[in-house]
Structure formats: C-alpha cells, structure tokens
Design a protein around this ligand. Structure first.
Ligand code: NAG
Ligand code: NAG
Ligand code: NAG
Ligand code: NAG
Ligand code: NAG
Length: 589
C-alpha cells in the first residue's frame, strides 16, 4: 500500500516535470498502415534546387489566389476524436485537388469520415497518414457531401457509409458518385525536401508534438526547442515565410478556425522544431482512377430491388409531407434595408447575357456544396441556402482573398424560431437572416452539421472537445454577421441583386422530376408553384438552343444534378422561382 502510494507520488512528480502531452492518442506509434510508399516519378527535391525557391511561399496566396480547402475541427461533434492524421491528410489532398483543378467549381472537401468508417489507417483513437494515402490510391474517397464528419460516431465500412442520402425512412447508398484518388504517395523529411515537395506539388501532412504551449498558441512565430519531441499530432504544412529575422512554416491545424491565427500557426523552421521536419507525407491526386484501384466493398445491392426505382419513388431528397420552407405570407416579415437596392440603380439591359458566381473572371466565389440529408433526413434547406449565399458574399466582399468557409446551417436550425421556423421541419430564409443580423454566426468548425434540432445554447452555437472527453463552449465565436437583408421578386430585380452583390436564397416548388433531375435545363410542365424548397441562386445564362436559364446550387449533395447544381428555365416563373421570393443579405464587415 505504502509502496504504491510512493510510486504514484513519484510518477506524478516526473509527469509534472515533463511537458504535458495532451493529445496522447491522435498519432500513436506506427501501425500496419504506416510507412507505405508508392513512388512512381522523380520527387521534387531530385529536380528542384532549393536555393532557387522563394523566401516566402504559401498555397494560401499564389499570385493572389488561395488554393487551401476549408478549415476543419476534428474535435466533435459530440465527443473528442483523435483523427488529426485523417483530417490533416484529407485537407492536404483536398488542397492539391484544388491546385489540380485550377480552383474550378465546386471546391472538393474529401470525406474524413469515410476514412474513419472504413478504418483506413486508424480510428478516433489515432492513426497514420500513410494509411489514408494508401486508401486514396486503392479505394478512393468521396467528397463530404457523401458522408459528413461525425467523428466518434463512426459506422461500419459499407456502401451506405461511404456515400449516402437519407429520406424519411432511412438512408440509402448512392451508386453513382465521384471518387477521388492519388496516383502515388510517399514520405518526406528535412526542411529542404519538404520545401521542394510543397512548392512543386502542394501541401503535405506532417507529424508534430502538440505540446501544451502549442495548444495555448494565439499567434506569432512559435518555437519550442526545450522539449524532447514525441509525435502525437498531425497537421498540414501549406507553405513557409519569414518575418525578416526568422523563417517559419505556415501550418493549418484541425482544431477549428478559432485556434491560433484563424486556425493556423506559424512555427520556426529548421532544427526540427517539435519534430515537424521528421515525419511528413504527400500524395499526388489524379482525376482518373488508378488501374490498381478496386472498390472497398462489393457493388451495392439495390435497396429495394430491383434497381428500376427512381429517387422520387424511393422517397429520396424531398419529403413533400415535410416542407423545407415555412413562410407565413400573411405576417409582416422583418427586413432591414438602408441603402438603395441594385434593381433601383442597375438597368437590367446593361447586364451580361450570362453571369455566374461559380466563374467570374475565372474565379469561383462559391463555397463547397452541402448535403442537408446526411447523416439523416432534415428539412433544413432554408438554413443551407441562406448560409451558402452569405458565405459566398463574404468571399466576394474579400475580393476572393483568404480561405473560403461555410457558415454553419446547424446554428440556424438550433436557434431560429421566428414565424413558423422549425429547424429540420422547415423555415423562413428571411427569418434566418434576421436572426444572424442580431446574433451573428460562425463557420462550421464549432458547430458541425448534424441534421437534427439541437438546443439553442452557447454550447451548441460553438463548441469543441478535449482529449479528456470534456466538451466546452467556445466563447465569442459568432464573429460573422449580416448588415442589411430583404426579399425581392421578379427576374430583373433578382439579376440586378445577384450581379451587384452576390448569390441569393430562392424559394421553389419541388416536383418528382426535379428530384430525378440529372442535368440539362429543367423545365417543369406541371405548373407547380409553392414554398417547398430553398436553394442558392448563383447566376443565369442561355443554352445552345437559346433557352434562358437560372443556375441554382442545391443542398442535396454533389451526386445530384450537375455536380450538385441545376439549370432551371428562366423568365416563365418555373417552379415559382421568380414569384416566391429571393432573400438576400449583405455581410457585416
Ligand atoms: C453517373 O454519373 C455520370 C456523371 O454525372 C454520368 O455521366 C453517368 O451517366 C452516370 N451513370 C449512371 C449509370 O447513372
Ligand atoms: C520574428 O519572429 C521571432 C520569433 O518569434 C521574433 O523573436 C522576432 O521578434 C520577430 N521579428 C519581427 C521583425 O517581427
Ligand atoms: C421521376 O420520378 C417519377 C415518380 O417516381 C417517375 O414516375 C418518373 O418516371 C421519373 N422520371 C425519370 C426521368 O426517371
Ligand atoms: C471582372 O472583370 C471585369 C472586367 O475587367 C471587371 O469590371 C469586374 O469588376 C470583374 N469582376 C470581379 C468580381 O472581379
Ligand atoms: C424575424 C421576423 O421576420 N419576425 C416577424 C415575425 O412575425 C411578426 C408578426 O407578424 C413580425 O412582427 C416579426 O417582424
């Protein structure tokens, strides 16, 4: 008894003298997925001269263009998850897909959850980056609209947990969706080789010792050479720079945008600070399937058989008994309009014949697409359309500088109650903007989309979880907002508003043919008009046969329609698109 007390006391004394290791399980020692390499072509350090590389370089700003994908928070939604190795790697490959696709719409965010569901290299108890790269080569990964981040709520590796949509009676596997692959992957160590790899091919993922001091970091160039580093965390290194006297790495963490410098930290380069130059890895994305790739799981058994059922017949995408839009048109709905609206000062005849925020002067201003129906059915289109449009308008207001983000629809589902709005049972887009104008909103790194009605508490507005298992509210998180907001109708006013200020939310009817839509200019012939659904309206054009159309971005995943978007015939009030109301809001800057 006495001996064991002494032992405990000795252990406590030693532990207190050592730096605290607070992420003990996020990057455990190597496992069976570790150290895999598939190197098929010369590596950048073999053909680049490191002396020729610039003093500063970051994929967050290459000649004024950002290629970095959205920040993530691994620590939620309901508990701690040691998935740093997974999130750092899927983020780095998502960046490289943006580089490969020259930032074309839509931005791709690879699904970190599929990695967890399938155990590609580890679990919430930790894992290795090379497992993710190996799986990206052998099996591929879909984007997040197939499988949302659920952290600890990992599921079995089967089709429905790789790509799904959910209806009122459960979730169904999607059989036709895009998989992303890497053609080769490997490891890199040492500052010079890391620089060559990053410069030539894009961000890399690296192991690091996440010390208590790094956890407490709030900005500046970090350095900590006083500890014997033990790699227990993984991050992505996206570039480097110098402040005049000190060179540093630019690092994206996976602890939310509220960590450090907007989710990033800078750490002194050279000398293997916290072991950041010891254990890095890279993958080269490809848009064609490698010849060795095979499905992880057997081809899906059509549910229910046979496969002839259409999405509409399967009750997918939209449940007409659960409207996504609830607008009390007899009530006076709040707006805040203090300056002239674009339709008052722009002449519609002066606007271009085609215009779309997915490509204005070769720049995409739209955030990554969403899926309101995963991990379960939720009639939250009103929250998705409004937050997507506002996110785009922030990017427009920032002149496409900085890292794009998606404002959190979940906060609105939890909190907006005005005028019949009922979370997953539908809501009023204008009431969403009215709520944001008063309360503010945050990106989705503190409030993950969970597709259910949660309480409107500080905790559910913004939280994060610790290795101890404890989850805490993040204070002062709602730092984005709305200045003016209103509603317009009619083609001319909608065009002027979109052209001058950015995408809007718009209310449309949903028909079975819209549910089945796979591409082309949609033209409803049933005469449907109604408050069924809310989508983001991003622009307009005219097709080869001279048919004018609107472009909308839906929140039904990228496997629906034209990569998540659709064209709808314009000028004839199809689905009520020009008469049911388009809601707009300007960002509070
Ligand atoms: C799968 O999707 C692609 C791209 O959207 C499309 O070209 C193809 O026809 C689809 N295949 C099936 C079987 O639906
Ligand atoms: C550069 O960073 C180092 C390390 O944090 C710091 O000591 C130094 O004052 C910084 N220099 C400038 C010019 O900011
Ligand atoms: C769309 O869904 C409806 C209702 O299930 C079905 O009758 C129709 O044939 C489908 N259309 C197409 C083109 O698949
Ligand atoms: C696109 O280019 C045109 C012509 O140079 C310019 O007038 C316009 O402001 C640009 N649009 C954006 C959003 O940068
Ligand atoms: C946010 C919002 O639009 N609230 C409105 C709800 O309805 C009442 C009654 O008509 C209005 O007074 C509010 O402005």
């Amino acid at each position: 008894m006495r001996a064991s007390i002494l032992l405990v006391a000795a252990f406590v004394a030693v532990a207190a003298a050592l730096p605290m290791q607070s992420h003990p399980t996020c990057r455990p020692p190597k496992n069976e997925w570790a150290n895999g390499e598939l190197v098929l072509s010369p590596r950048p350090h073999e053909y680049l001269n490191v002396e020729d590389l610039p003093d500063s370089f970051t994929w967050g700003n290459v000649n004024g263009v950002n290629y970095l994908s959205e920040r993530r928070n691994q620590h939620g939604p309901e508990s701690y998850c040691g998935s740093c190795w997974d999130v750092a790697t899927t983020n780095a490959v998502s960046d490289r897909i943006a580089i490969l696709r020259k930032n074309a719409y839509p931005p791709v965010v690879l699904s970190a959850q599929v990695v967890l569901n399938c155990g590609y290299g580890g679990s919430c108890g930790g894992g290795s980056a090379s497992g993710v790269y190996e799986a990206l080569n052998k099996y591929g990964l879909p984007d997040e609209t197939c499988q949302a981040y659920a952290g600890d709520i990992a599921q079995a590796c089967k089709d429905v947990n790789i790509c799904e949509t959910c209806g009122s009676s459960g979730c169904t596997a999607i059989s036709n969706f895009t998989m992303y692959y890497v053609s080769e992957y490997g490891t890199v160590r040492g500052a010079d080789k890391m620089k060559a790899e990053i410069f030539a091919r894009g961000p890399i993922s690296c192991g690091i010792d996440a010390t208590a001091a790094l956890e407490a970091y709030t900005g500046g160039v970090f350095s900590e050479f006083s500890v014997l580093p033990i790699i227990n965390h993984e991050i992505s290194v996206v570039g480097w720079g110098t402040n005049g006297s000190t060179s540093y790495w630019i690092v994206r963490n996976s602890w939310g945008s509220f960590y450090g410098e907007d989710g990033f930290f800078r750490i002194k380069m050279g000398g293997d600070n916290l072991a950041i130059e010891t254990d890095c890895s890279w993958g080269v994305p490809t848009l064609t399937k490698p010849s060795t790739a095979a499905p992880k799981v057997a081809a899906p058994v059509p549910v229910p058989a046979p496969a002839a059922k259409t999405p509409a017949e399967l009750g997918l995408y939209h449940d007409l008994s659960r409207p996504g839009v609830r607008i009390d048109r007899t009530a006076s709905r709040q707006m805040n309009i203090v300056s002239p609206q674009p339709f008052e000062f722009l002449s519609v005849g002066d606007l271009p014949a085609s215009f779309d925020w997915s490509n204005v002067n070769n720049t995409n201003y739209l955030p990554s697409p969403r899926n309101q129906h995963i991990p379960q059915y939720c009639g939250s289109c009103w929250a998705h359309a409004t937050t997507s449009a506002l996110s785009a308008r922030y990017f427009i207001a920032n002149n496409a500088q900085g890292i794009p983000f998606n404002l959190s629809p979940q906060i609105l589902i939890n909190c907006v109650t005005a005028n019949q709005t009922q979370g997953c049972n539908g809501g009023d887009p204008l009431a969403a903007y009215a709520w944001i104008a008063v309360n503010g909103i945050h990106d989705d790194t503190g409030t993950w989309y969970e597709a259910k009605n949660l309480p409107c508490t500080d905790y559910y507005k913004c939280h994060t979880c610790e290795p101890s298992g404890k989850c805490n509210a993040v204070p002062n998180c709602l730092n984005f907002g709305v200045a003016q907001f209103g509603e317009i109708v009619g083609e001319a006013a909608m065009k002027a508003e979109i052209f001058a200020r950015g995408p809007v939310a718009v209310t449309i009817a949903v028909t079975t043919d819209l549910i089945n839509y796979t591409g082309g200019v949609f033209h409803d012939t049933t005469g449907a008009i109604g408050d069924d659904h809310s989508v983001m309206l991003t622009g307009w054009g005219v097709d080869n046969s001279g048919t004018p159309y609107w472009t909308i971005v839906n929140s039904w995943g990228t496997y629906w329609g034209e990569t998540g978007a659709a064209r709808i015939v314009r000028g004839v009030n199809n689905l009520g698109i020009e008469s049911q109301g388009a809601q707009w809001a300007t960002p509070r800057l």
